[in-house]
Design a binder for this molecule. Structure first.
Ligand code: C5P
Length: 256
């Protein structure tokens, strides 16, 4: 399935027209709305919407506020990445993917570790839809390091496990992945320019690392081949979130 241009900023610089690099950067920055309720999300979007186009609705907000949190954001012209990381039997995931697509979101996630049958079912669930979201397979969470992987019985390095999952995903027709900045160059080489690579674990120099383990700066992640960067706490917990977002946008623009 071809990726709509609006979903793949990798292609948007192919035009010969002069490019506004900060506008290009805006197409690539996704702010994680990791807040406990709908009003907190609206308050954050109010502060950020002049700077940011994309917002990620994840488990914390979705479980608290439900699907109703999404429509107002879409009506305000924003693009939504619904990051619920589905991982269940293929039939259940296919149904959940259809339900998510009906909300009108632009990107959504399933866990690659659900296996090839689950990924195929997720991909198939989108076939024939008018304007389907980009499906992304989450490889290895950016909070997982070697000891965390060992803890669930995986002896491979995080990098090897990410590559294995991405190769498996590609065989099922999935061409979008979430991985850490440390694996993005490998996945870009695997997927080619049409792959959609969404990268969390982004920390501007000097920002608190928190629970993330495999991190990089925005500029480094882009230079390695990221399509989109997901940033949560460095923006949402800044004293001035809009200024923090603008600083990251300038850093992205310089790297483009
Ligand atoms: O606050 P921070 O920038 O660490 O937020 C990262 C966001 O990206 C969180 O919403 C987290 O759920 C998400 N994420 C991640 N690692 C993945 C997939 C998603 O950190 N592999």
């Amino acid at each position: 399935m071809p990726i709509p241009d609006r979903l793949n900023p990798t292609f948007s610089s192919a035009s010969s027209a002069p490019i506004d690099l900060v506008e290009e950067a805006r197409k690539r920055l996704i702010v994680a709305l990791d807040v406990p309720d709908g009003p907190s999300a609206v308050e954050l979007v109010d502060r950020l919407e002049d700077s940011c186009q994309w917002f990620k609705v994840g488990l914390e907000l979705f479980v608290a506020a439900g699907p109703a949190v999404i429509e107002p954001l879409l009506k305000r012209g924003h693009s939504i990445f619904l990051d619920l990381k589905f991982h269940d039997i293929p039939n259940t995931v296919a149904g959940a993917v259809r339900s998510a697509a009906s909300l009108g979101v632009q990107m959504m996630t399933v866990h690659a570790a659900g296996g090839p049958a689950m990924l195929s079912a997720a991909q198939q669930a989108l076939v024939g839809l008018d304007d389907p979201p980009q499906l992304l397979a989450v490889s290895v969470l950016t909070s997982m390091d070697q000891s965390q992987l060992n803890g669930i019985g995986i002896a491979r390095t995080p990098a090897d496990q990410v590559e294995l999952l991405a190769r498996m995903g590609l065989t099922t027709g999935v061409n979008g992945f979430v991985c850490s900045p440390q694996e993005v160059a490998t996945l870009r080489a695997l997927t080619g320019p049409k792959g959609v690579l969404v990268i969390p674990g982004i920390r501007p120099a000097g920002a608190a690392v928190g629970d993330q383990k495999r991190i990089a700066t925005p500029a480094d992640a882009l230079r390695q081949g990221a399509s989109y960067l997901v940033v949560g706490r460095p923006i949402t917990q800044a004293s001035d979130p809009a200024e923090a977002a603008e600083a990251i946008l300038r850093e992205i623009a310089e790297a483009l």
